[in-house]
Design a binder for this molecule. Sequence first.
Ligand SMILES: [Ca+2]
Length: 694
Amino acid sequence: MKKDIALILLLLISGLTAADKKPNIVFFFADDQTSSSLACYGNKIAQTPNIDQLAAQGVRFENAFVSQSMCWVSRTTILTGLTGRSFVSKENSKQVIPDTVETLYSDILRANSYRTGFIGKWHAHMPKGWKREAHFDEFEAISRNPFYKEMPDGSLRHETDLIVDRAIDFISEQKDGQPFALNLWFNACHAEDNDRRPGIGHFPWPRSVDGMYEDIVFDAPRLNDSGIFENHPRFFKTTIARERYYWRWNTDEKYQTNMRAYYRMVTGIDQAIGRFMKALKDKGLADNTIIVYSADNGFYMGNRGFAGKWSHYEESLRVPLIIMDPRLPVKQKGEVVDSIALNLDLPATFLDWAGVEIPKHYQGHSLQKLVNTGKNKDWRTESFHEFFSGRTMIPAYEGIRNADYKYVRYFDYDDYEFLHNLKSDPDELVNLADNPEFKEILQEMRLRADLKIKELGGQFKPLKEAVADSTSPFPKASAYVSHKPDKEGFVSLIPSKKLRNWAGDSKYWKLKNGVITGQHDGSLKQNTFLSWKGSTIQNFELKLKVKISEGGNSGIQYRSKSRPDLGLYSVSGYQCDIVPDNVDYNGMFYEEKGRGIIVKSGNKAIVKDNSAVELISELPKQKFSAGEWHEYRIVVKGNHHRHWINGQLMVDVVDQDTKARAQEGILALQLHAKQKMTVQFKEMRIKHFDDHLE
Ligand SMILES: [Ca+2]
């Protein structure tokens, strides 16, 4: 009897302790990451040991989705517990209804003794006057643009690392006896949209993962067959998902460079998580801290001829979801759950862990039972998905998905419908909406979608304006995508005010009155570059005016590559040399990579594929003096390169050694190290010829 009483007492005490000791919650939230880019989700290349470890010690959701594949909507869904449709105005889908964001899940946790923190990418659109920092004990927005932030000592630190630095500060200040809920919302792996230089420009990674995946040659996108793209209705083929495909995936050169960069961003997150986990353990908090890892939306990495997210396909909607609760029984560790989980479920789950009642209006459900036992017989079998953000730019849709079928309709396009059989056609390549055999299923899913829409707040008002095309399905020159040429076919490259569309060290490069000036006093140790961020270039005519100081040395780089191994602003590739008062060098055909002359000025030549030069003829040589404006013109078509200065042809070269140098790359201006110099550029205009010349 005594023994029993002791046991009951012990149970009571331990029971009380467990109930009293609320778990801490850390929510790692990546940007634009489809689940397939993690090793624990089957990726054979990605190195993500720390995230994999979370999956091994916790639970991984095989079927996690977002209700809307869009950064700000997905984020607001998590903050409010509502599907997008329920928190925006039906007249203006960009406007959030103030009542719906008055109390966030973090406010509820805070009111229930939690210390709350938010560090990282916010991007939730809130009504005017709404103060985000008032909704957390500690709040620090850290955005991209740029990904690298300057530290007080002048060094640059990537936002992923910075967010985890702040997170470690947060837990180091944590007092005993109070639980905490910390949101660490990364900007990685979102692309730097305004910087389309492949690699470190478009997908900037933390420098700690420099060089990773360099030897990897990525397989082409699995759903790469051009017929898959062709099979879409026109409105699907002209959106920004297609435009951005030309920003980052359309050629092998771009694809490989950007894939490596994207994977580095993923591994950058992984390493930062590893660092945080160690700090958590050192602080003695690991045993009572639940870790959640997810992403705000999926991502197209060239599949179907698309980039970005937004649409109804699985690449867009699927996200990773890993929950590591250290209190889990051993048999649950490493469990994979098949049930449909949504971003909508996260706030309900957080509150459930905290032992707080879940508000009645929350539309998601706590995942706790699924995490703890792997099962929940009352769980949903169907999920609602939609897109309405930026309806004027990106096709909006609504619909439902279950284990067997996905039904959606693009409601601004005469209710264009898709019906996919997910069991027999998991890649969603066949649209069954017009197939009479599936008429009943279509009808049934239509009705269920209607019911769900009614429940969530009803239909949107019809769009007033027509949806504009973002691109033609097959632009002749991808460099023209988002850069419309003038009547003569040229695009101006020098902005009127800030050097926004160029990347370089502002210490050396300035823009004033339409003139770009590169200057140093002799202290520059290594060549530095100013690169155009607009796109890569292939076949083109470039016109500009150049002025250089005496003894100066510069160049116009083209079809170049970023060389982060040499520095953030280093590039290599072809160069039209700028050296005044030198008949051999001015306008010559140079290669920055090997720092070598390919062909000197005054030569018409062929560079053989073994790099031997065959001279065809000599062109008249001419000196061009320092301190005066000269007109440069570069025309490149295929492997034929020509450089002119003041109308004088300086080099005319066919470079057959095409493997030695990239045939597509970025445009950049050089500032040569060592000797003090000033170089200036103005009236710079480029005309692009077709990417695929006859
Ligand atoms: Ca996103």
